[in-house]
Structure formats: C-alpha cells, structure tokens
Ligand binder design. Structure first.
Ligand code: GLC
Length: 719
C-alpha cells in the first residue's frame, strides 16, 4: 500500500470530508476582517475547521505559516493545507489584464509574465492560482472580458498554455512555481445580455466549436485543477451539469485531477432553483465529481449522511479524497508544507527591476494603436506637452484581480512623460472625473487653456478599473461622466491631441474615432503602465499590439465578434440609400469600429507574394503557405502576421473568417522576411450536426491581414 493509500486508511469520514473543503483564511485567524456573506451562514464547528484541507484569500506569508503550523500541530493525519489565490495578472508586480495580454499575440510574453507572478506569489505562500481563465467571450458588456484573452479560441488557447508553462515552471512542487486551475468551466463568457452569472444557452455544437477548446488546451498543457462556472448551461448550473462534468470532463477528456467549486457555487444551486436544500445541492455537486467545496458547507453538513443513506459509497468518497491527496503530493506539500515560502525572498522580488522590465515590456506590447493620422510618435523636442484627463496622473491602472498589486506603486502617464521630457516641459490637468455621475465640468476651462498653450496634448481617458471585472457589467460602453465633452473641447483647442485609453473591455469610442487624430489603448496595463504609455507615445517603443476583441461602434452591436458566419442576405454597410433587406442596421455600420486583429505601428508593413505549395490538400498532407512581409519604413518594429481561412461550403454554416495561425516577427528598417505557415487538414476541422469533429472536402480561401481587412488571399481545395 503506498503512502497515500495508507494515509487514507487511517482517516475518519470527517477527516476525509475536511479534505474536500476550502474556506477563507479569515476563518482561521484572530485578526479576521469582518466575516460577511456566506461565511456567517457556514455553521462550521471547531472540529470542522481543524479538518479543512484548503484555504484561500490570505493576506501574508506569515498568515499562511501561522495557519499551516497551527493546523499541523493538531492534525493527527499530518495532511498539509493547500493555499490558493487568484493570481490572475501579477501578484505584487502587476502586468496587463489578460484581455490586453491577448493583444500581444505573444505566448512568450505571457509565459514570462506568469513566471514573474509565480516567483512572487510562491515566495509569499501561494501554492495554487485560480488561473488561467479562458472563458470564450463575444460581449463587451460583460465585466469579466478583462480576464480572458478575447474572442479567438486558438489565440486564447496558445496564451493560456503559455501561462500554465510559466506558472508551473520546472515543476509545481518546487518553490517559485505554482499549480494552476483552469476556469470557469464552461461557457461563463456567454452570459445572456452580458450580465454576470446570467444563464447561458448555447448549442452543444457551438459549445464545442468555440467555448470548450481553450479549456481542453489547458488540460492538455497540464493544468491539474478545474473550476466549474457559476452559470447555468442549457438549463443546468455547470457544477451540477452531468454532460459537462461527467460526460465531457471526466469521461471524454479523461480528466482525473481535482475539481473545485467556485465561491459558494454549490450553495448557489438553491437560488438557481435546482436544489431544494443544502443536502440536495451537496448531492448534485458530489455526484458530478466536484472534489472541493469552496466557501459553502454542504459537504461538511450532509456528505456523511448521504454516504450512510447509501446515496454515495465510501469508495466514491475515497476517490475524491485521493484526488486531493495526490494533488497535494504533486505540489510536494507532504515534504515541505510551506512550499518554500520565504518572506525576505518575497520582499526582494516584489517590484524588483527585473520584474518591472518584464511587465513594462508586456504593457508596451499589449497596447494597441487604434488610430494614428501621423501625430504619433511625438517628438522629444516638443517644448510643452499637456497631459490632460482623469487618467493623466491616475495610479488606478492595475485593473481588476490584481492580487496584492497596489495602485500607488504604478507609474502614471504624466510621470512617464515627465521622465522623458523633464518636469519643465510637461503640465497636467484632470479636466473632469471618470465616474458615471461625475457631472462637474469646472475643470474644463483650465484643461482647455492648458491645451491651447501646449505643442501637443496627451488626453488620458477611460473607465475606472472597477467598472470591469467580476460583477461589473455595463449597458453603456461610452466613456463615463463628461469625458466625451472634455475630449471635444480639448481637441478643438489643440488638434495635436493623442488619446490614451484605460479600459477593461472594448469601449464605444466612436466619437473619439471621429475627432481624435490618434488613439492608443493601454487597457489596464499594470505597474509600469504609465512608463510604457510614455515610451509608446514618444516612439521609444513601437506599438505592435493587435486587438484580441472587437470594438463595437456602440453597445447596440453587442455581441459582436469576428468569426461569425454569413447570412442569407448581404451584410452591406448600413447606409440609408443602400437599405434593402440586408442583414445590417439602419442606424449603424455592420462591421465593428475596430476589428479583431487590428493594430497600427509606426512602421509600415507591406505584404506580397502569397504562395501556396499546392492548391490541393489531402487529409494526410499539408500545404506550405508563404508570404513576404517588408518593413517599408525607417522604423524598426514588430508585426503579427495573421493567417485566416474560410471554408466556403460546409454541412453547417461556417465563419466568414477564422484565424488559423499567427506569427510575431521583428523587422529592422527596410527589412523583408518570408513567413511560412503549414496548413493541415486538422486545422480545417469543425463540429458538425452529428457531433463529429471533422473536415469536409471542398473549397477554402486563405487570407492574410486582419479580420474584415485582408490584403492578400488565395484558394485551395481539400480533396
Ligand atoms: C470568484 C470568481 C473566481 C475566483 C473565486 C475565488 O467568485 O468567480 O474566478 O477564482 O471566486 O476567489
């Protein structure tokens, strides 16, 4: 009998159930903050708390050590507690939100950023991070789009796998590395009307085509844990959804790792209306192989009686407990319950120069230059630059889910520009607030006068960082408050105005697109966001980000996404004299304002000579697709070469464009490179009406450029 089997044989049923629970650290420490919400209703005994196997949301490495030490002093089984936290885009040194990271189209950068977070978090006592979040999204109203890598499953899969490599490092059992947890399985990003926690109704075909691939990619990349989502999927909440949890996750995908509920998600089966009481909720979750109950108490209160009543067997309980014990063993916790936590090391890593450099590079490469009519880059010879707007000198640019990141530790745009030009050449004014109810325009006059007197203006606008993230959904995507009015007056006062956006989602910037000569979105860029923005504005960095999510003209277009099928009617641009039963709008264009894959550069990349090695592809063959890319400028830069395809005829409607490959390359001034992709039959597969993942013979088009805007195309046949 191996060590874990022996351990299991010594455990009481109560001990075993304790391993299937997770609660906030505040329940275990005297210095707990106010215990609110589900915590008060948990009704846990001291014996229960002594048996708890996992803890989340702790505040310091000392707290972790105190809880672990106290636990092990009292636990006859000597089973260490596993500590978990949401380390989503940085721990103390914060990098861009994942939606921004998606715009880097750079798995290497995503991996480097995860390494930074892993080193800091691991030294500070974290064993597991609840990331990557890979929910497929199409609706910018949803607050949690900021946590995803956007609307393209392949891009999300590539970046999520890179994050997992980064967090796991050279082994999750080693200090400096974390285990990961892929979430939120499944379909959470499809919440109806973009309202968080709302129902998700999607066909199994659509689910498999768009929503499931990234979760599977994470499991293939070695993620050892899965977190089901809060939402009901086709009528049943994920955690109780046998198709998701048993048929697909456990049987079809063969996942035998740990499943952990989302926060009180088991308890929420009651308000969902699929469980009449806590016992039924516990039964539904356990029978759908949820191993750890997070922050609700159904397992403690009812699992033993469900076993005594014969609803479950002791073998089923042992199987769940063994998955948890194996996970802890995989983390090396039985050998080192503290997983190398070291307060001094943690402090030396927080905000260190090396980590700052990584996150600054990530911020620069995740930013997207949406528009530029020659104003950018600005010259360092300018004698007066006015940095205006609610985000001009705003430190709140880490974004939601920034763990232990501190706003006051970020660099602002004003500070970044001052560092480049010198204090005597830069002035700043807020102009107005950035909240919805900020209706005070008393700062306009100062801002306008400052703009008039400046050689150039950097106008920093956006939505507050808590207007996106969990529970923060919007029905209006415009800039909150009087920011549009401020923009009109400032740009009228000085046309040399570059707008810098701070946003957790695609915003409705259709007005800015009309009046501003340049628009750069930084998303929420993290600790070095201001310095990265300044270096981009003055050309010390060349923008290379490409949109990971479409920008609508306005919220009425949501959901809007690039990989949509055609219709039976044309999708004319909606102009009144062209109206005629088209699939468009009478009051808005049909295409997004800025499409997926869009992003400008200070270089000028010219594509030519798209060449296919063959015009026919067999199921066991491949086609080499090459294209020449030339940097027709004097500015070195990076370009994301994007290859799309269209399946012209299928047994189901097929998207008018699908990204099937991308490659990010650096170019010197005037340099030309030939980029080669390999297209295989497997890349053409889709889910048909029979639930098969297949390709179908016929005609295909390959396109180079970005969604809705291709510069080269060619055709081939799958035979
Ligand atoms: C939250 C989120 C989930 C997070 C968990 C623990 O409600 O939905 O993403 O990992 O609770 O904080």
């Amino acid at each position: 009998m191996d060590r874990l089997e022996k351990l299991l044989s010594q455990m009481s049923v109560h001990d075993k159930i304790g391993q299937l629970t997770q609660y906030n650290a505040m329940l275990f420490t005297e210095t707990s903050a106010e215990i609110t919400g589900p915590q008060q209703k948990l009704g846990l005994t001291d014996e229960d708390l002594a048996a708890v196997g996992s803890v989340l949301n702790f505040s310091s490495v000392q707290e972790v050590k105190d809880i672990q030490t106290a636990h092990l002093q009292n636990d006859p089984n000597q089973i260490p507690i596993v500590f978990m936290m949401d380390v989503i885009h940085g721990y103390r040194t914060v990098y861009p939100i994942p939606l921004a990271l998606g715009c880097s189209f750079d798995p290497q950068i995503a991996e480097e950023c995860s390494r930074v977070a892993a080193r800091e978090a691991s030294a500070d006592g974290v064993h597991v991070t609840f990331t990557p979040m890979v929910d497929y999204v199409r609706d910018a109203r949803w607050g949690r789009v900021m946590e995803t890598c956007g609307e393209e499953p392949r891009l999300t899969s590539a970046l999520a796998a890179a994050q997992i490599r980064g967090f796991h490092g050279d082994g999750m059992e080693k200090p400096g590395n974390l285990a990961t947890c892929v979430k939120h399985y499944a379909g959470y990003g499809g919440a109806e009307a973009g309202r968080d926690y709302n129902l998700v109704e999607v066909s199994e075909r659509e689910l498999r085509e768009y929503y499931l691939p990234a979760y599977k990619a994470c499991l293939d990349a070695g993620a050892p844990m899965v977190m089901p989502s809060f939402n009901s999927l086709n009528g049943v909440p994920s955690i109780a959804n046998s198709m998701l949890m048993q048929d697909i996750l456990r049987k079809e995908w063969g996942f035998d790792g740990v499943v952990i509920s989302d926060y009180n998600a088991i308890g929420e089966l009651l308000p969902h209306g699929v469980a009449a009481d806590q016992k039924e909720a516990a039964k539904l979750a356990f029978e759908n192989t949820c191993d750890i109950e997070m922050c609700s108490s159904g397992y403690f209160h009812h699992l033993e009686s469900l076993i005594n009543e014969g609803v479950f067997t002791m073998e089923q309980l042992d199987a769940a407990v063994m998955r948890v014990l194996k996970f802890k063993d995989q983390l090396g916790l039985f050998d080192d319950p503290y997983h190398g936590a070291d307060e001094k090391l943690a402090s030396s890593l927080f905000l260190c120069d090396a980590h700052r450099e990584v996150v600054k590079k990530a911020a620069a490469e995740s930013a997207v230059l949406l528009k530029n009519e020659g104003l950018l880059p600005l010259s360092e010879k300018l004698s007066k630059v006015a940095v205006i707007g609610p985000f001009a000198d705003e430190h709140g640019i880490n974004g939601f889910w920034s763990a232990h990141g501190k706003n006051e530790e970020t660099t602002t745009v004003f500070e970044g520009i001052r560092n480049i030009l010198g204090a005597d050449k830069v002035v700043t004014a807020k102009g107005c607030g950035n909240l919805w109810d900020d209706k005070d325009c008393s700062g306009f006059a100062e801002a306008v006068e400052m703009a008039k007197a400046a050689d150039a203006v950097v106008l920093c606008l956006g939505e507050p960082q808590n207007y996106s993230g969990e529970g923060n959904c919007r029905t209006d995507l415009r800039l909150p408050g009087l920011q549009e009015a401020l923009a009109k007056q400032v740009i009228a006062a000085n046309p040399n105005t570059a707008v810098v956006l701070f946003n957790g989602r695609p915003l409705d910037v259709s007005l800015l697109d009309k009046i501003a000569p340049a628009i750069l979105t930084m998303w929420f860029p993290g600790t070095e966001g201001g310095s990265a923005a300044a270096e981009l504005l003055f050309g010390k960095c060349n923008p290379c980000g490409k949109l990971s999510m479409s920008f609508p003209h306005n919220v009425g277009q949501c959901p809007i996404y690039y990989n949509h099928p055609n219709t039976g009617r044309p999708r004319w641009r909606s102009q009144p004299d062209h109206r005629g039963y088209a699939s468009d709008y009478i009051d808005c264009a049909t295409l997004p304002l800025y499409s997926f894959g869009h992003g400008l550069s200070y270089s000028n990349f010219v594509y030519s000579d798209l060449t296919l090695s063959s015009k026919t592809l067999t199921s066991d063959g491949s086609i080499r697709v090459s294209v020449k890319v030339r940097n027709d400028s004097s500015v070195p830069g990076k370009e994301v070469v994007q290859l799309y395809m269209r399946d012209l005829v299928g047994s189901v409607v097929r998207p008018v464009q699908q990204l099937i490959a991308f490659e990010k390359l650096s170019f010197e001034a005037g340099e030309e490179k030939t980029v080669t992709f390999t297209v295989t039959e497997e890349m053409l597969r889709f889910w048909n009406m029979k639930g098969e993942h297949i390709s179908e013979k016929g005609d295909f088009t390959l396109m180079i450029g970005h969604a809705d805007h291709f510069v080269l195309s060619d055709a081939f046949q799958l035979v």
